[in-house]
Design a protein around this ligand. Structure first.
Ligand SMILES: [Zn+2]
Length: 134
C-alpha cells in the first residue's frame, strides 16, 4: 500500500505513514460494524422514555369549586343566616381556589379550570348577596 498523502510505499496495514506522519484511512469496517447496534439502541430509548407521567390533580381547585357552588346555592336562600354563610363560603372559595390555581400554574397539575370556576362561583355568591342587601 501507499501513503494517501505523500504516496510513499508503506508496510501493509500501517496506521501512520513513517515518512510524513499522515494517518492512513482505516478500512471502513470498524465504524460500519458499530453503527447498526448503536442505532438500534437509539431507536429503542425514546419509545421507552415517552412521557407516561400521570399528571396529578390539584385537590384545592376542586375544594374551592365545591365551596363556591355551596356559596352560590346559599346566596339564593332568602335568610340572613344563609346570606352570611354565603359570603363566608364565597370568600373561602375564592381564597382556596386561587391558591389551587396558583399551585396548578407552578407545578403543572390538573384542575386549573375547576379552580377558576370556584373563584367565579365564590365571587358571584358574594356579589349576589351584596346586591340583595342593597
Ligand atoms: Zn506519507
Amino acid at each position: 500500500m501507499f501513503c494517501i498523502k505523500c504516496g510513499k510505499d508503506l508496510p501493509e496495514g500501517a496506521v501512520f505513514c513513517p515518512f510524513c506522519g499522515q494517518k492512513q484511512s482505516a478500512p471502513a469496517e470498524t465504524p460500519a460494524a458499530a453503527a447498526p447496534a448503536s442505532e438500534g439502541a437509539d431507536y429503542a430509548q425514546p419509545i421507552n422514555r415517552s412521557p407516561i407521567k400521570k399528571a396529578r390533580y390539584n385537590i384545592l381547585c376542586i375544594i374551592g369549586l365545591v365551596i363556591g357552588a355551596i356559596a352560590l346555592l346559599f346566596s339564593y336562600i332568602p335568610y340572613t343566616l344563609f346570606a352570611v354563610l354565603s359570603i363566608l363560603a364565597g370568600i373561602a372559595a375564592v381564597i382556596v381556589a386561587a391558591i389551587g390555581v396558583v399551585r396548578c400554574n407552578r407545578t403543572n397539575e390538573n384542575g386549573r379550570i375547576h379552580g377558576v370556576l370556584g373563584i367565579v362561583f365564590g365571587a358571584m355568591a358574594i356579589i349576589f348577596v351584596i346586591i340583595d342587601i342593597l
